[in-house]
Write a protein that binds this ligand. Structure first.
Ligand SMILES: [Zn+2]
Length: 314
């Protein structure tokens, strides 16, 4: 379930050889000069300025990578993307009215694992600038007025607790009331274990309000990104009128190791990737991130007739 992942492997770290002091000087050369050059080397390449592609090993300036929507220019690997950057990449400039921005979780169960739940929440709030793992709002995307929700894997693995579930449910209800199409970008490790049953209840709640949205004849496009798993996959993520995915995304109810142990069988190549699932019909289409906004606008034009006006919030 929820785990902290935050893409640590992609960050540049100096090698041990950069940091290891030389052997004690034999006679003439003081140890100090060697150590100071080691420090200078570390100082020259500040931590966090570079990212290494985990697929091809290519190094990138973080700024360069961000300008390329966090896609490796060498092998097209799709890095995890922050929710706010996602929103900005999809909307027209300034055309986003956020909903329920200040909603925060309550530690009903007084849950403690390696740390108390409130401490974990505070740490993620500080590191991500988010109150919880979802951003929701009404936006303009091309010529369409859209209810948009984005999950952020950097916040406790994008896990769905009561805040994520409630924000997504309220967004869907707003979309139904305003007769708007819905776009949800999913990235989640599943239910949030720190909230126990309250977390699992969000699956039923989001599914119920989605049914009303669907019965109103409104379109819902679900975009699965790496990774989309467990309770989110088993509820709103796979209920779209159209279900699309980014390339190479890990999508499955549980990880391949657990699945392999439970099934006592070997797994086929590419198991639980978006390509594997697209071949078998769970996903309608794979769309590279740089084409996503254009394709979403295209799909919305096919699926909607009423969202092109600016009579709603935008
Ligand atoms: Zn790469």
């Amino acid at each position: 379930m929820a785990e902290e992942n935050p893409n640590k492997s992609s960050e540049f770290k100096p090698t041990t050889s950069d940091l290891t002091p030389s052997k004690p000087a034999d006679t003439h050369f003081p140890k100090k000069s060697k150590l100071s050059s080691s420090k200078a080397k570390k100082h020259d390449i500040p931590k966090g300025l570079w990212s290494r592609c985990p697929k091809c090993g290519q190094m990138f300036f973080k700024q360069e990578l961000e300008q390329n929507l966090m896609v490796c220019a060498h092998c097209q690997y799709h890095f995890p993307m922050r929710a706010r950057a996602r929103v900005l990449s999809l909307i027209e400039e300034g055309a986003f009215q956020e909903l329920d921005a200040d909603m925060v979780s309550v530690d009903v169960l007084r849950f403690t694992d390696t740390m108390p739940y409130p401490v974990r929440l505070q740490r993620h709030q500080k590191s991500t600038g988010l109150k919880d793992a979802a951003i929701t709002g009404i936006c303009r995307m091309g010529e369409h007025c859209v209810a948009l929700g984005v999950l952020d894997f950097h916040f406790i693995a994008g896990s769905m607790g009561s805040v994520v579930g409630e924000k997504v449910a309220r967004l869907i209800e707003t979309a139904t009331d305003l007769k708007l199409p819905l776009v949800l970008l999913c990235a989640s490790g599943g239910a949030r274990m720190q909230e126990g049953t309250f977390s699992l209840m969000q699956m039923a709640k989001t599914t119920a309000v989605l049914t009303r949205h669907s019965q109103a004849g409104l379109a819902y496009i679900s975009v699965l990104t790496d990774p989309t798993t467990a309770g989110v996959l088993a509820s709103f993520a796979t209920l779209g009128t159209l279900v699309v995915s980014e390339p190479g995304a890990m999508i499955g109810f549980t990880g391949p190791r657990v699945f392999k142990d439970a099934a006592q069988t070997s797994l086929p190549p590419g198991f639980q990737t978006s390509e594997f699932l697209a071949e078998r019909g769970l996903i309608d289409m794979i769309v590279p991130r740089r084409e996503l906004k254009g394709r979403l606008c295209e799909f919305l034009s096919y699926l909607t007739t009423e969202s092109k006006s600016s009579t709603h919030v935008m």
